[in-house]
Design a protein around this ligand. Sequence first.
Ligand SMILES: [Zn+2]
Length: 139
Amino acid sequence: MVCVYCGHETAVLNSRLQKQSGNVWRRRSCAACGALFTTHEAPDLAACWIVQYGSTTKKQRPFERDRLYLSVVKALGHRRDAVEAASALTDTITASLLKMHLGALVPVSSIIEVSHTTLQRYDTAAAVQYAAYHPISSS
Ligand SMILES: [Zn+2]
């Protein structure tokens, strides 16, 4: 990766696997300008996951983090910290989904279930709000 400040090549000083997210954290240094900065390596979920809606292949769409994020923001609408909290909660939801090892085809019901459970732990009113727009399937 090139330096974000001057565009020269950088070297990795330190690298760590983050247990919560499964992402890789790297500390980089630029020999040209001396800058230090951090990068995070994460899977491109839009290219990895296909969301399955219903039972036919007609209802499949690449996973969109923004779509999930917006549904969480909407559920947190009553909170002042909705925007910041929704970003962290969206990371928690995708990390939980990754740990389920669902394969390439992710049922929308799994996303709804994990989102609801995560919101429930954070703010019960948000979970109720979320469920109003995303019915939990009984199966
Ligand atoms: Zn530089």
